[in-house]
Design a protein around this ligand. Sequence first.
Ligand code: KIV
Ligand code: ZN
Length: 385
Amino acid sequence: MATDKIFIFDTTLRDGEQVPGCKLRKDQKLEIASVLDQMGVDVIEAGFPISSPGDFEAVSAVAKIVKNATVCGLSRSVEKDIKVAAEALVYAKYPRIHTGIGTSESHMKFKFKCGPEEIIERAVAAVKYAKSFVEDVEFYAEDAGRSENAFLARVCEEVIKAGATVLNIPDTTGYCLPEEYGAKIKYLRENVKGIERAILSTHCHNDLGLATANSIAGVINGARQIESTINGVGERAGNTSLEEVVMIIKQKLSNQFHTNINSRMLKPTSLLVSNEMGMFVQANKAIVGDNAFAHSSGIHQDGVIKNRETYEIIDPLEVGVPKSSIVLTARSGRAALAYRAKEIGYNLTKDELDVAYAGFLTLADNQKEVKDEDLEVLLKEKVFA
Ligand code: KIV
Ligand code: ZN
């Protein structure tokens, strides 16, 4: 059955990189961009070219090496930003300028100090100017999550007329509930004239931990592009994590949607980004955290040893994790101990296992985890002395 393609837009190198501690050098941006391209990302937002000469150079260098993906540069609705973004993208095979302006009450009142009509004028002028450089222009309505839907629809209609090819509806402050965000996308799909000429895009922040849920609600209600980052890095609590939305689509929504991502590259790419940024990934992070396929309680371990599917909904190989792990802790049972002993070459009889298990519990109560080396010593001293 034919399913709809969901375009994956990666902004690790822009929204991710702008965060304290995540700064990347040009060579690091190039290495990550090349891996994102190989992994099947559709759009790579490489940076914000006007922000610094270094970022301009990095975007320009990324534009030169990326073979398959569209390369995108961010700008405000300001002519100079747009011109510089266009210059940075001049060598891209598929260039895209991403321009926009705030559309919420708070952004209009405090940031721009202007009314809605002027916002529309500035948005339209920016899109028209960007269009004079490239065909592919994405418009972002910053703080769309808190913007009034009727006004947002007017802005979208006008920028489509001006030539926008993609409409980014950011939940900039991570404020929406999935139902609200989904309803917003549905409203735009149903009320914006000319919407069939543009792709609606989600761009959700994680301030309330809802970025992934909101992005998926957006897709279910008509968005066809998801903006995300590797490991969910990004401003404040981060952005939607790429690995999460890709696997949700693959595991739960494959009868309706597909992406172009080679999911086996998710874990290696997560490690690369974490190492290059020096940004640690929490162990219990979905899909790519160190504990995502680690089983530690006796009940779970017993189940997984009998059949992986009892406690795993994803085959670790599918996301590039070589295998699930059975971690030995004081909560582990005999099945796990026998399994790990066998892995290091000891096929224990029932009596040997009884002796080993008593010694194991004493050891495990005094340390967080019993590693292979500890187990080897324990077996040699207590069982085979
Ligand atoms: O969160 C946001 O609104 C953004 C825009 C600049 C796209 O990052
Ligand atoms: Zn953002």
